[in-house]
Design a protein around this ligand. Structure first.
Ligand code: F0G
Length: 461
């Protein structure tokens, strides 16, 4: 079980099912009227209107029996809960960071960190900012700069670590304006750019440049275990090491991290900020008390902390990770056999369709990614998400509203769907691909100022 399945073979589940949840596919007419009522924004659909939900891998995991059991030992004390002590012990052991500040999810952790460190006139570099990370940087008046390597923008490049940062660009930025950079972030894996990993070697070089300029390096560690899995698989000398050992090396290079445990924490809600800086930890805790709650619960029920402690450890299990990556590859192999273009190599949490090659007849003004996500739902009741000009082209981006990548993500929730579900989703995408010339564009009829993909409304052109 320690290895991913061979290409094309079925991903073998390292678990069996104990509880089931009924799902069914709405009729074609029901899907059509759901789309209309939703303003062609899939975020507005209800779960009953969706058959296979590949909108996100965030907070959508199935909990294990051990996590459910752990929740029964929830100690709902306001201050000093036992669950907090256990949670801190696990995070310290995994990361080596001494100060752990719980938060209800990743963006709450981002709010604490960026409202404390980012100021107008400052610049926050990242390999690629995720949408909420970028929104927090901008909200605090700072500039968000993406410094990913060139291959990160090429969906066809087979490079093994397309989540790497361009160290030369980072060094040039810090040489010119280190006084303006309060911290450097690295997102593991790079969710905005196809779920691609960064290598240990790259992180070492980034860390060296940051520390030469006395600038702290923070990891957005949402999917760090998947990133460590790829390091184990692809980086020289790492193949015999455990995910936890590789993780310790990653964290040793950084000064802290933000975490959405809704991903590689295998929980439905939860997150944290971790840091080596005691003075900063005190300031973060002050913000925490205002925004989230007392520092020993951080906006969560104490049972959630216990579930997170168990989930963080389960997410490092090699059988679990092998199966997870095998699921992504199973979906990708099926699409590839039908010629469907997607971002390669596939990453750790989903397949990202390459919209520019999928729908070459649509222009940027047709919002092709959104149009494709709508069409896949229309075809099979499968919900995906656009990661392109609707998500990132809101005029605040450094490249005048043009997203460098135009993708539709099929994110795989953890431990939720079977191979038949994934095959069904792939077949829906393939049918759309086969009639791609019939797919029309969309226009945006309501465009909110920030994070517009969540609430925008569209109409067929
Ligand atoms: N950072 C990254 C890289 C993320 O992917 C996310 C969330 C966050 C931060 C914020 O965490 O949702 O717990 O507040 N990504 C989800 C997604 C929403 O669908 O990719 P959160």
């Amino acid at each position: 079980m320690g290895r991913p399945s061979d290409p094309g073979s079925l991903p073998l589940e390292p678990y069996r099912v104990k509880v089931v949840e009924a799902i069914s596919c709405p009729s074609r007419e029901a899907r059509e009227s759901a789309l209309e009522a939703a303003g062609y924004n899939l975020f507005n659909l209800t779960s009953d209107q969706v058959y296979i939900d590949l909108l996100t891998d965030s907070g959508t995991s199935a909990l294990s029996d051990r996590q459910w059991a752990a929740m029964m030992v929830g100690d709902e004390t306001y201050a000093g809960s036992r669950n907090f002590a256990r949670f801190v012990e696990v995070v310290r052991d995994l990361t080596g960071f001494p100060h752990i500040i719980p938060a209800h999810q990743g963006r709450a952790a981002e709010n604490l960190l960026f409202s404390t460190l980012a100021r107008p006139g400052t610049i926050v570099p990242n390999n690629m900012h995720f949408d909420t990370t970028r929104a927090h940087v901008l909200r605090n008046g700072a500039q968000a700069q993406n410094l990913a390597v060139r291959e990160a923008y090429d969906p066809e490049s087979p490079a093994p670590f397309k989540g790497n940062m361009d160290v030369g660009k980072l060094a040039a930025l810090l040489e010119g304006s280190s006084g303006k950079v309060p911290l450097v972030m690295m997102t593991l894996t790079n969710n905005t750019g196809g779920g691609q990993p960064a290598s240990l070697e790259n992180l070492r070089a980034v860390s060296e440049v940051c520390h030469r300029h006395r600038i702290p390096l923070y990891l957005d560690m949402c999917r760090w275990a998947e990133n460590a899995y790829f390091i184990r698989e692809r980086e020289t000398g790492q193949g015999a090491r455990s995910i936890r050992e590789i993780g310790r090396d990653l964290f040793a290079l950084a000064d802290g991290a933000t975490m959405s445990a809704k991903k590689d924490g295998l929980v439905n809600i939860g997150g944290f900020v971790a840091t080596r800086d005691a003075a900063l930890a005190d300031r973060l805790k002050e913000a925490l008390i205002v925004f989230e709650g007392f520092p020993t619960y951080g906006g969560l029920a104490r049972r959630d902390l216990e579930a997170m402690a168990v989930g963080l450890l389960e997410a490092t299990d090699l059988d679990y990770l092998s199966h997870r990556v095998a699921q992504v590859r199973f979906l990708a192999d099926r699409l590839k056999a039908a010629g469907v273009p997607f971002f390669e190599p596939v990453g750790g949490h989903g397949v990202y369709l390459d919209v520019r090659r999928f729908l070459p007849n649509l222009s940027r003004d047709d919002l092709p990614g959104q149009a494709l996500a709508v069409e896949i739902y229309r075809e099979g009741g499968v919900r995906t998400v656009e990661v392109g000009s609707v998500m990132f082209g809101d005029g605040e981006s450094p490249n005048n509203g043009e997203s460098p990548l135009e993708l539709v993500r099929l994110a795989i929730p953890r431990r939720v769907y079977s191979a038949s579900h994934l095959a069904y989703a792939a077949d829906a995408v393939i049918r759309v691909y086969q009639r791609r010339s019939s797919v029309g564009g969309l226009r945006m009829v309501h465009a909110p100022e920030h994070l517009r993909h969540f609430t925008a409304r569209f109409a067929p052109k």
